[in-house]
Design a protein around this ligand. Sequence first.
Ligand code: PAF
Length: 285
Amino acid sequence: MNLRIFRHIADLRAELDALRAQGKRIACVPTMGNLHEGHLQLIHLARKNADIVVATIFVNRLQFGLNEDWDQYPRTFDSDCQKLDAARCDYLFFPDETEMYPNGMEGQTRVLAPTMTDILCGASRPGHFEGVTTVVTKLFHIVEPDVAIFGLKDYQQLAIVKRMATDLCMGVEIIGAPIARDKDGLALSSRNAYITEDERPKANQLHQSLSNAKQKIEQGERDFRAIEESAKAEIEAAGFRLDYFSVCNAETLDPAVDDDKELAILGALFTSAARLIDNLTLNLK
Ligand code: PAF
């Protein structure tokens, strides 16, 4: 196996400092493990954008709500390492909680991105994005990457990280990787494992409704709130509970208005045991 695994910040820093001194460009791919094809596409994109690829696996308790599945979250270290190695990832940073939060989590200094974090996914997952921005900031300080790759599937996360990197002058380029999908359009996600056999044939409904909404907008429809309402009806008719469906300004995530040109349509629904998210973007220029 060529993949080199580091558990301690100081060791990884020493290794990466030496590479940086040789002029190598470093990419970081933060993950929580349980890797699937979507993650491996992030690694491939990282390879195209840098000389050295550093993946991180850390199931960050700080971004899980009290009623969420932190201890149930699948830990699949051995198979993750094999997949990373096969995808030609150079380094894996795999810290434990005391390495990442040596002073505990209660008093941990946090990074807040105020306007974009309490809406959409943030509305049903209070504190989630604060946990994400905090851990991603720490990972950026540890790895000091030139470029970092995040999946477009978590569109809100990507938009927040981009905004944070700009606001805090982080000097890291943030790249979004296209969504990997099953044949029927269902976006790949670790949480798809919780979709039941009965639900699976209709689990692509979110993608269907996003595509319908996109088509209506491309055909000239501008009543975004009516588009959202009909998507809600479609999703409920397929037997799922909608969390949100929103046509947004692609950068600020505010509800889209008539003269917005770059739009993102974001949705989330609940199956019996999972919460699925997906999105599509469109440019009206
Ligand atoms: O998208 C994820 O897997 C996580 O939110 C991230 C970016 C690795 C931070 O823990």
